[in-house]
Design a protein around this ligand. Structure first.
Ligand code: KG4
Ligand code: ZN
Length: 337
């Protein structure tokens, strides 16, 4: 193929991800995670994550190249996450990308992590129809995006005003004495619970915005746990998990579908670690079917942070003919789309 071979590098949080992409084809990819080093802290420790990126970066590039059967000299362009993300973590990836760019004499493209979460869907389901709406739900973000063009025109419709959706799962898991990260154990517990056993608040429900809020929900769960403690009642973890989860996925899917309807968009992409959630998938499928919307959810490995998402977006940016970044490319912890 005469499409350029893109090396993508991701290091915005706790995953060191590197991948090789040509067009919509994923040729090789490797991810090293430092999540095990954060477990005892119940959340990502920035300094620990930065150090882990430094140790993992070059070996991960090696593994990605090997898995693609490619050599470094085959690479035509380097794409790297310039933000948003953790300051020190971003610096490691961008520094590595600059070094490869300079050594190979190939162009460097700093790209947006959030848009990468959408672009990655093309590796699984082919070119994304334009426009599309994307719901990004992970430990770090809860964003609703209107994607007119991946490379040149993405509009933020809404965001969380406090905790990210995954962060809410992690905090509620802690209250219920479930392990970190909290999404998978809550998902599992909820499958045996009764979501109607209690009702938790839906943050920013029907407020006419596409913003989200999960801190009130977390506080409501905390109060419920305290009350049960005080009264010496047993905690029905499965029911609490199910009711909490229903509150989260109800508001996420409602606002995502509303955005599609308002903007006349017939494709919804859901990505980020929380996209693995079984209740979110089920309710999104049902509500999209009812509204005549095509739902696209990349496979779990592509939903969580990885290099393929950055390489996929890099391929779009190169195809759009955008100018490369200069070698003094800076990182931006709150880079807008
Ligand atoms: O995308 P990701 O791996 O990393 C970033 O935060 O960028 O997302 C991790 C988040 C964690 O908060 C985790 O609890 C959540 O995704 N998560 C889930 C599930 N699997 C992972 N949340 C709900 N249900 C799941 N099955
Ligand atoms: Zn992410």
């Amino acid at each position: 193929s005469d499409l350029p071979l893109i090396l993508g590098i991701e290091s915005s949080c706790d995953e060191t991800g590197v991948a090789l992409v040509r067009g919509c084809e994923l040729l090789g990819d490797s991810v090293a995670s430092s999540v095990d080093q954060h477990v005892r802290f119940g959340g990502v420790v920035p300094e620990v994550a930065s150090r882990a990126h430094l140790e993992a970066m070059t070996p991960t590039v090696r593994r990605a190249l090997d898995s693609a059967g490619a050599k470094l000299s085959d690479v035509d362009a380097i794409a790297v996450t310039a933000g948003p993300g953790l300051a020190g973590a971003l610096l490691v990836g961008v520094s590595a990308a600059k070094a490869y760019s300079m050594a190979l004499g190939k162009p460097l493209y700093g790209v947006n992590h959030l848009v990468g979460h959408v672009a990655v869907d093309q590796l699984e389901h082919g070119p994304l129809p334009k426009p599309a709406i994307a719901l990004l739900v992970s430990g770090g973000h809860t964003s609703l995006l209107l994607v007119n063009d991946l490379a040149t025109d993405v509009v933020s419709l809404g965001d969380t005003v406090d905790d990210a959706a995954g962060e809410a799962y992690d905090k509620v898991a802690r209250l219920l004495e479930l392990p970190y990260p909290g999404g998978p154990p809550i998902d599992k517990a909820a499958q045996k619970g009764n979501a109607k056993a209690m009702r938790f608040p839906r943050g920013k429900w029907g407020d006419g915005t596409y913003d989200f809020s999960f801190s009130g929900l977390k506080t409501a769960v905390a109060r419920h746990v305290e009350d049960a403690d005080r009264q010496g009642l047993p905690l029905v973890v499965a029911d609490i998990a199910a009711a909490f989860q229903e509150s989260v996925v109800d508001v996420l899917t409602r606002k995502a579908v509303d955005a599609c309807v308002e903007h006349g968009v017939s494709t919804l992409v859901i990505s980020g670690g929380v996209a693995a959630n079984s209740a979110l998938r089920a309710l999104a499928e049902q509500r999209c079917r009812d509204a005549g919307i095509e739902l696209r959810v990349p496979r779990p490995r592509l939903c969580t942070d990885n290099g393929a998402m950055i390489a996929a977006l890099g391929a779009e940016v190169v195809a759009a003919g955008l100018p490369p970044s200069a070698l003094d490319l800076a990182t931006d912890t709150s880079l807008p789309v």
